[in-house]
Design a protein around this ligand. Structure first.
Ligand SMILES: Nc1ncnc2c1ncn2[C@@H]1O[C@H](COP(=O)(O)OP(=O)(O)O)[C@@H](O)[C@H]1O
Ligand code: SF4
Ligand SMILES: [Mg+2]
Length: 335
């Protein structure tokens, strides 16, 4: 049995809108080993959520289409499964936690029943057996007086408590893979670290793999063993977490690190922006000839604007999509 649980190969996703075609994800590849935590980072709009939604067949279509690629989970290509087979995997083999718990929680169903539901659907438990386990899970995710809260509705809980319910719902069937998309972004600073450490404790206890998507490198520093950096729909750097923090290669990664908010710092205005890298992520409807980061890159030279770089190997286990790999003398020391 291979160590690899999930392998995304050359995934491309486009959205066809009246304004044009947005190539939201462009030939993205990465893999995740069993038990591993992989962080996917990048500013808002870089294609992180679209990548993760593709795994479970959750891209809204129209306007979205998966144009090409392969998403191998164990021995199956998820892109070839029919919707029913994917639905059976959701919550059982692969679970997702989103930024906003209210998008996943049903406002008119008591939280106990919502946590119990996957057990009834996937494991055929009776309602009372499932509710008993749901109570245990609410306790496990440290909801005070858990069993008394089974009858509560989501609006009766705080944001942090709702996120704990989501974690319980996601983990109750012990999936092999948990995908957490900005799991702490909507929470108060004081709660973020608690939720993150709860998630990591449960993940380690159950030996599951975690794909952690965030714009916040502080969150990645606390959790991930490997990191994929995305920019404008592409992977621009991939490295072990220690390498990424010690010797980031790509100018975008370097900018992200310089602007790294302390863990828990809230985004201003709801948009993750880099003060240290002027400019914004280009609209992916634009056709860009060379490197997509060139308009914002302090090291850009003529070759960068003419030809798009590949993801080059820069050291053992580290790759970067940057011409500086082959033109190191072009790296400016004053930037
Ligand atoms: N429902 C949609 N309709 C049209 N375009 C979309 C839709 N969802 C995402 N996109 C496009 O995909 C890009 C990447 O989005 P997303 O993956 O959500 O970014 P991230 O999660 O990194 O913030 C967006 O900038 C947008 O162009
Ligand atoms: S390829 Fe050129 S423009 Fe792109 S990140 Fe590297 S140095 Fe900057
Ligand atoms: Mg997102």
């Amino acid at each position: 049995m291979t160590d690899c649980l999930l392998r995304i190969e050359e995934l491309s996703v486009a959205f066809h809108t009246p304004e044009g075609t947005a190539r939201a994800v462009d030939r993205v590849s990465f893999s995740l080993n069993r038990g591993e935590t992989l962080g996917v980072v990048g500013e808002s709009g870089c294609g992180k959520s679209v990548t993760s939604l593709s795994i479970l067949g959750l891209i809204p279509s129209p306007p979205g289409t998966i144009e090409s690629g392969c998403i191998r989970f164990e021995d199956r290509n998820l892109l070839e499964l029919d919707p029913e087979a994917l639905r059976r995997m959701r919550g059982r083999d692969i679970s997702m936690i989103f930024q906003e718990p209210m998008t996943s929680l049903n406002p008119v169903i008591a939280v106990g029943r919502q946590v119990a539901e996957p057990l009834m659907v996937h494991q055929g438990l009776s309602r009372s057996a499932a509710l008993t386990q749901a109570g245990e899970w609410l306790d496990r995710v440290k909801i005070p007086a858990a069993r008394r809260r089974l009858e509560d509705y989501p609006h009766q809980l705080s944001g942090g408590m709702r996120q704990r319910v989501m974690i319980a719902m996601a983990m109750v069937c012990r999936p092999k893979l948990l995908i957490a998309d900005e799991p702490t972004t909507a929470l108060d600073v004081s709660i973020q670290a608690q939720i993150l450490s709860l998630m990591m404790d449960l993940k380690n206890e159950m030996g599951m793999s975690l794909l952690l998507i965030t714009h916040n490198l502080g969150v990645v520093a606390q959790t991930a063993s490997r990191v994929v950096v995305m920019y404008a729909g592409q992977v621009v750097e991939e490295a072990s977490a220690p390498d990424l923090f010690d010797r980031p290669f790509h100018p975008y990664t370097q900018g992200l690190l310089r602007s790294m908010p302390r863990l828990g710092a809230r985004r201003s205005g709801g948009v993750a922006r880099l003060k240290e890298i002027p400019g914004i992520v280009p609209a992916i409807t634009e056709t860009i000839a060379g490197c997509r980061f060139a308009p914002r890159c302090p090291h850009a030279f003529e070759h960068c604007r003419a030809q798009a770089p590949d993801l080059f190997s820069v050291s053992d286990g580290q790759r970067a999509r940057c011409w500086l790999r082959h033109f190191p003398e072009r790296r400016r020391t004053d930037a």
